[in-house]
Design a binder for this molecule. Structure first.
Ligand code: GTP
Ligand code: MG
Length: 465
C-alpha cells in the first residue's frame, strides 16, 4: 500500500476518521487534518498493528471461551517467553523447541503455506504455539545499545541561528506576505489584481486547492505573496503559509464578516507571531457593510482598527475593481519596513517549502521560497528524508532561472523522491553529504517508529494477558 490520506487509511481500517486521528496523535504521529498524508512506511505499520489488534481481540474472545474447559494441568507447563525479535519462523521454532521444518509440514497438511524464516504476526505465532501446546508470554526486547545519532537537520539549523546573531552581516530581503481568509472572500482575486492575471477564474469551481507564491514589484520594491486556500479542509496549508511568512493579510469579505476560517487563519498568524493587516474586501457590493465588519473584527478577533484607536491596519478594498489596492500595498511595504526583514546574503542557503508535488514532466518538485543565501542550479539539496541535485529552477512566471535570491518563490526540480511539504530545504556541499544526512534522518525516524511500535505492541500484549 502506498501513502494514504488520513480518511483513506481510516476507511482501510474500518475506523472513524476522528478516532483514527486521535489514535495517531497518541502514537505521536502528527496529522493536521483528515486530508493529511501518512507516508507509506507508517501506513503499512499501522495496517499491520491494527489488523493484528483486530485478530487478537477475536482470538482473545475465543481463547477465554475455551479457557474454562481446558485442562488445568496443561496450563501448568512453564510458558515460553518471546520477544519481538522471535517473531520469525526459524527463531520462533527454536524458542518453542519444535523443528522449523516440522512446523512447515504440519501447517502444510492444514493447507497453510509457511516459508522458512518468514516474519510472524503475533496471531500466527500464537496459532503455531497452540498446535504444539506451548503457552507464550511476551517480553519486551532487551534494549539494544544504540549509537546516539545527532539529528543532522538540527545541526544545519543551528548554523543559521549562529549566523543570525551577527546582525551586521545580514542584508535586507523582500517581505513574504501570506494572504489568508475564509473561503471565497477574495484572496485569489486580490492577488490576480495585483499580478493582473486571471487565476481565480481558471480554478476548479473557483476554489483554491493549493498554495501558490508570486513575486511582484511595487514602486521598485519586491513583495512575495503566498496565496492560501480558504476551504476548511486545508488547515494544514494555512498553518504552513503562516509559518513561512513575514506578514499576513487577512481578507474579510464586507458582505460576510468574520467567518470560521477567518478566525482559524487569525490564530495561525497569531501563533506564528506575524503582524496582521486586514483587507475588508468586496466593498463594491451593494450589501457590503464595512462598519459591521470592523465591529466583527473587534468582537470576534479582538483586532481594533487604527481609526478606532487600536493598532490594526484595516484597508477596505475591492479586489475585483482594484479600489484601494494601492493603499493596501503601501501598508504592506510600511509594515515590512518596520519589521526590518533581513537574511544571510550568499551562503549558507536554505528555503522554506510551500508545497511539494509529483509533476508530470519534472518528477518530484518542491515549491519553495528562498530564505537565506542564493540557491543555484547544480546545488545539492536535502529536504527532510529527501535529497537531490537542483536540475532546474522555475520562477513564478514559468521561466527557467539559474539562481534564486532570498524571498524568491521557485519550483525546485531534481529531488530523488517527494520531499515532505513541512521540510526546510538546505544546500549541502556534496552528494555524499546529502546522502549521509538523509540516511541519518531516515534512521532516526525508523527508530522513533520502532519505539512507538514497541509501545503499541506492549499495549496489545497487555490486553491479551
Ligand atoms: P478560496 O481560495 O477558495 O478560499 O477563495 P478566494 O478567497 O480566493 O476567493 P476568490 O478570489 O476565488 O473569489 C471568490 C468569488 O468572489 C469570485 O466569484 C470573485 O469574483 C468574487 N470576488 C472577489 N473579490 C471581489 C470583490 O472585490 N468584489 C466582488 N463583487 N466580488 C469579488
Ligand atoms: Mg483562492
Amino acid at each position: 500500500m502506498g501513502r494514504l490520506r488520513v480518511y483513506e487509511l481510516a476507511k482501510q481500517l474500518d475506523m472513524d476518521t476522528k478516532e483514527l486521528m486521535h489514535e495517531l496523535e497518541e502514537l505521536g504521529i502528527e496529522v493536521k487534518s483528515h486530508m493529511s498524508f501518512i507516508d507509506e512506511e507508517t501506513v503499512n505499520i499501522l495496517l499491520d498493528i491494527y489488523k493484528q489488534t483486530l485478530d487478537e481481540e477475536e482470538e482473545l474472545v475465543e481463547a477465554t471461551k475455551k479457557e474454562s474447559t481446558k485442562e488445568k494441568a496443561e496450563a501448568k507447563k512453564p510458558p515460553v517467553h518471546i520477544t519481538e525479535e522471535d517473531l520469525r519462523l526459524d527463531k520462533f521454532a527454536e524458542k518453542i523447541k519444535v523443528p522449523q521444518n516440522r512446523i512447515i509440514q504440519d501447517f502444510f497438511m492444514r493447507g497453510e503455506v509457511l516459508k522458512p524464516g518468514q516474519p510472524l504476526s503475533i496471531s500466527l505465532a500464537k496459532k503455531i504455539a497452540k498446535l504444539y501446546d506451548v503457552r507464550l508470554t511476551f517480553e519486551e526486547a532487551e534494549p539494544k545499545e544504540q549509537v546516539v545519532i545527532e539529528n543532522p537537520l538540527e545541526e544545519l539549523k543551528r548554523k543559521f541561528e549562529e549566523l543570525y546573531k551577527d546582525k551586521d552581516k545580514l542584508v535586507p530581503r523582500p517581505p513574504v506576505v501570506t494572504v489568508m481568509g475564509h473561503v471565497d472572500h477574495g484572496k485569489t482575486t486580490l492577488l490576480d489584481y495585483i499580478r493582473k492575471t486571471r487565476i481565480a477564474e481558471k480554478e476548479e469551481g473557483g476554489i483554491t486547492q493549493s498554495i501558490g507564491a508570486y513575486q511582484v514589484e511595487v514602486d521598485g520594491k519586491k513583495i512575495t505573496f503566498i496565496d492560501t486556500p480558504g476551504h476548511e479542509v486545508f488547515t494544514e496549508m494555512r498553518a504552513r503559509g503562516a509559518q513561512a511568512t513575514d506578514i499576513v493579510v487577512l481578507v474579510v469579505a464586507a458582505d460576510d464578516g468574520v467567518m470560521p476560517q477567518t478566525i482559524e487563519a487569525y490564530n495561525h498568524a497569531k501563533s506564528a507571531n506575524v503582524p496582521i493587516i486586514v483587507a475588508i474586501n468586496k466593498i463594491d457590493k451593494p450589501n457590503a457593510n464595512v462598519e459591521l465588519t470592523k465591529q466583527d473584527l473587534v468582537t470576534k478577533l479582538n483586532l481594533i482598527p487604527e481609526e478606532w484607536g487600536g493598532d490594526t491596519i484595516v484597508v477596505p478594498i475591492s479586489a475585483r475593481n482594484g479600489t484601494n489596492v494601492d493603499t493596501l500595498l503601501e501598508m504592506i511595504l510600511l509594515v515590512a519596513e518596520m519589521q526590518d526583514i533581513r537574511c544571510i546574503p550568499d551562503e549558507p542557503v536554505r528555503a522554506v517549502t510551500i508545497e511539494t508535488k509529483l509533476d508530470k514532466g519534472y518528477g518530484p518538485v518542491a515549491n519553495a521560497i528562498v530564505k537565506d543565501g542564493v540557491l543555484k542550479v547544480g546545488d545539492y539539496v536535502v529536504a527532510g528524508k529527501s535529497y537531490g541535485k537542483v536540475k532546474a529552477l522555475i520562477d513564478d512566471k514559468g521561466r527557467r532561472i539559474k539562481e534564486a535570491t532570498p524571498s524568491t518563490p521557485v519550483m525546485i526540480v531534481g529531488f530523488e523522491e517527494l520531499p515532505d511539504p513541512h521540510s526546510i530545504i538546505y544546500v549541502v556541499e556534496s552528494k555524499e553529504k546529502a546522502v549521509e544526512i538523509v540516511e541519518k534522518v531516515k534512521e532516526l525516524e525508523a527508530r522513533e517508529l520502532r519505539k512507538k511500535r514497541q509501545i503499541k505492541l506492549e499495549e496489545i500484549l497487555k490486553k491479551m494477558q
